[in-house]
Design a protein around this ligand. Structure first.
Ligand code: NDP
Length: 466
């Protein structure tokens, strides 16, 4: 019984995480529902073998771990996590710690903590299989005492940004999974904006896949430098194995999803924290799946995207820069709203720092975001000196992109909603006076008068009273 930690679920993420843990010098005991997977994992462990104890039963797993135990769950979110907890709990001591490292809904994590079956942490792990194997970004939720018990392992396995581990405690209960959820929401919006620009390059400018790859490669050497722009260049250059045609041309354009973007959009509504670019990205994925209807629409109305040359490459790049800033601004503002609503103290600047490596949204822009949020954690990023200057410089380009795209039939839901957010956020006198008057007219809901008096009514109220 001397393994430092245990892990259940040797799927894509679990196997990679277990290897990472062993590689960093920690002895680990592993268990998988299907025993053959455990055997194969141990058999293929190579140099890491001596650090790995394969267990074929949960009892053996528990027996192999040093007390007080810490056991990572890396199984699909939802019922499998509850099932594993139920199976494990009777075998554990009171102070043994269960750590859910899957993509749990943070409400489930809060519930599991509240159920009080024993010490429990919900930890968001980003970066896909590659991240899990060689260094993920780790967003932990739990008490400082629980975090202290596993911090050495987490910091050791995390991605490093110039030596700084991309792992931190976000706050209690579901805070870690909440931050991971918003991370995924930002990821949805960032990917969607890139896909919209890709559409303009392909169908508007008529570039072939390699030329598009060259554009992304060039952008990846500028302010847009990021993992997502980098891989967009790589996939554009890739060829289909079967046909040798450009890979992108051989992929059905219906986007999959596992739900974390949808959770972000829904939760943002509950928090009254607008994240329109993320919502637009979720909607775009849902709409993309409607292949038959889209084909019918094209038949009924004619194809939408037209060729055009009224938008140069630099304007497109600058528009995407503005869009990206606005999408991150929305995500961070949602984190601020959660800090307020849940009484958390989310470490905003630290979040930007731990996203700089080991996660899908890593980008050079996060450096400046970390600095901007350092002094003023609750501020909307768009108002910080650095990003206000970028937006002043680039919002006209975003306007051009959205306008030209609209004029030529290219749907740009995320970029458009980013722009609408920007304009709404700099309109001191908006149009909700009309909404309030309408609400008062049909429901006597009352409005605040500009003179400061609340519960005021229009002239129709008298008529209603008589
Ligand atoms: P996989 O499908 O590759 O692996 C799932 C693992 O869970 C398998 O070991 C499987 O065992 C086990 N499992 C499934 N159902 C149960 C159950 N009811 N009881 C016990 N064990 C079960 O999933 P991933 O590794 O991709 O994902 C694991 C978690 O990590 C998910 O929450 C996912 O959202 C999250 N995640 C995934 C990322 C990714 O890029 N893939 C990135 C970040 C997070 P068996 O071999 O018996 O089927």
């Amino acid at each position: 019984a001397d393994a430092r930690i245990g892990l259940i679920g040797l799927g894509t993420m679990g196997a990679a995480l277990a290897s990472n843990i062993a590689e960093k010098g920690f002895d680990i005991a592993v268990f998988n529902r299907t025993t053959q997977v455990t055997r194969d994992f141990a058999a293929e462990a190579g140099d890491l073998g001596p650090r790995i104890t394969p267990a074929e039963t949960l009892e053996d797993l528990v027996a192999a771990i040093a007390r007080p135990r810490a056991i990572i769950l890396m199984v699909p979110a939802g019922d499998p996590v509850d099932q594993q907890i139920a199976a494990l709990t009777p075998l554990l001591d009171d102070d043994d710690l269960i750590i859910d490292c899957g993509n749990a809904n943070f409400h489930d994590t809060d519930r599991r903590v509240a159920e009080g079956f024993g010490p429990f942490m919900g930890v968001g792990v980003s970066g896909g299989e590659e991240g899990a194997r060689h260094g993920p970004s780790i967003m932990a939720g739990g008490t400082p005492e629980l975090w202290a018990r596993v911090e050495d392992v987490m910091l050791a396995i995390a991605a490093k940004h110039e030596g700084d581990p991309c792992a931190a405690l976000m706050g209690p209960g579901g805070a870690g999974h909440f931050v991971k959820m918003v991370h995924n929401g930002i990821e949805y919006a960032d990917m969607q904006m890139i896909a919209e620009v890709y559409g303009i390059l392909r169908d508007g400018h008529g570039l072939d896949a390699d030329e598009i790859g060259d554009v992304f490669d060039a952008w990846n050497r500028g302010p847009l430098q990021s993992y997502l722009i980098e891989i967009s260049g790589k996939v554009a250059h890739a060829r289909d194995v079967a046909t040798r045609k450009p890979l992108l041309s051989q992929i059905v354009d219906a986007a999959g999803q596992k739900g974390t973007g949808r959770w972000t959009a829904i939760e943002s509504q509950h928090r009254l924290a607008p994240v329109p670019a993320i919502e637009a990205a979720v909607v775009a994925r849902n709409l993309s799946a409607r292949l038959e209807e889209r084909a019918r629409g094209q038949e009924v109305f004619g194809p939408a995207p037209q060729r055009f040359d009224t938008l140069d490459r630099e304007t497109l790049e600058r528009g995407l820069i503005a869009g990206k800033v606005l999408c991150y601004a929305q995500g961070f503002a949602m984190l601020s709203a959660a800090t307020r609503d849940f009484g958390w103290d989310l470490p905003m600047a630290r979040i930007a720092q731990i996203w700089r490596e080991g996660c899908i949204i890593r980008s050079t822009m996060l450096d400046a975001m970390a600095s901007a949020l350092d002094g003023e954690p609750g501020v909307n990023l768009m108002f910080t000196d650095h990003f206000a200057a970028i937006l002043r410089d680039t919002h006209d380009a975003l306007r051009q992109v959205v306008a030209q795209a609209a004029l030529h039939g290219h749907p740009t839901p995320a970029l458009s909603s980013g722009l609408a957010y920007f304009d709404a956020m700099r309109t001191a006198r908006g149009t909700a006076d009309m909404i309030q008057a309408q609400r008062d007219f049909f429901g006597l809901h009352g409005f605040v008068h500009v003179n400061g008096k609340a519960d005021q009514h229009g002239p129709w109220a008298k008529a209603a009273a008589t």
